[in-house]
Design a binder for this molecule. Sequence first.
Ligand SMILES: *[C@@H]1O[C@H](CO)[C@@H](O)[C@H](O)[C@H]1NC(C)=O
Length: 313
Amino acid sequence: MAALALLLLSLVQAEASLDAQAYADVLSQPTEEKEAFVEGVVTKTLHGFVLSDSSLQDFAEHAPPTYDLLVGQLKIQPWICGGDTGRLCSAPATAPLNAQGWQGVYSDPASRLIFARRVAMERLDKEVVNATELEAWARTAPQDFETALGELKDAPFLCSWPCPDQEVPGMEGGMTESQRRQVFVGELAFACLCLLVALLVLIAGAMVYADRRGASKHAEGVASKKKDLEEIIERRLREERNVEHQAALRAMAQKMVPMQSQVASASAQPMGYGYMPAQGYYSAQGSAMPMPPVSRAPERCTRHRTLQADHPL
Ligand SMILES: *[C@@H]1O[C@H](CO)[C@@H](O)[C@H](O)[C@H]1NC(C)=O
């Protein structure tokens, strides 16, 4: 609301005074007010027309510092026509895109075409799809500007950006049928190549996986076989040891038989050596062994004698 009020105020001011003093005041104010002031100078002081609002806005943003400079620069701006500017508004390239401009160019079909193209692009934001049809339309265009504008709005030879069917040179739409087929074949080949590469990668991966699994299985097999072999070897060794043991036992038993018989014959004979109380130590050879200095034998005898003395038979 405040902005609107300011704008109205500035419009009133612009209407009221378009002199150097007012311009000096307006210079320190926002762009919209400068824009309104500049437009006022164009239409009321120079009696011209503004052809482009965006150009006016650009100019107002970088407005010259003095009123004289402003008027001087406005006279040579390409976006202004008519009045004191020296550029004819009836020129189709510069005529204002309104009823007045349309009437200025209407007498010449070529000028109508140029003007219609500008209306389509600058006022309706459309692009020309078929220049031939636009040219045909311009040749028989209605004289009333509003009617012409309405026809251009719905014209099939114009489209709103981005135009889906518009043929832009160098793009896919501008290709011939054979070119399109070639591109399709190329794309197909590329897709096939991608598929092939993916397949190869998949196969390689599967092979590596299988190889790893096989290797681990093989390692397991080898380990279990080694264990089996070790067990077999151990069993064999144990058996062998057993056999040796048995053989040794048998050999010992065989050796034992003559020893036993010897022992038996030896026990039948009087001991090779011994101790007799009367004789002392003797050997099988019959020779008395020298008596060891033992005090026990006489003691025992004494005792025997003592017993006999106590209990006379
Ligand atoms: C433009 O329109 C004319 C007439 O309708 C047609 O013959 C021509 O092929 C069109 N051109 C393009 C590029 O569409």
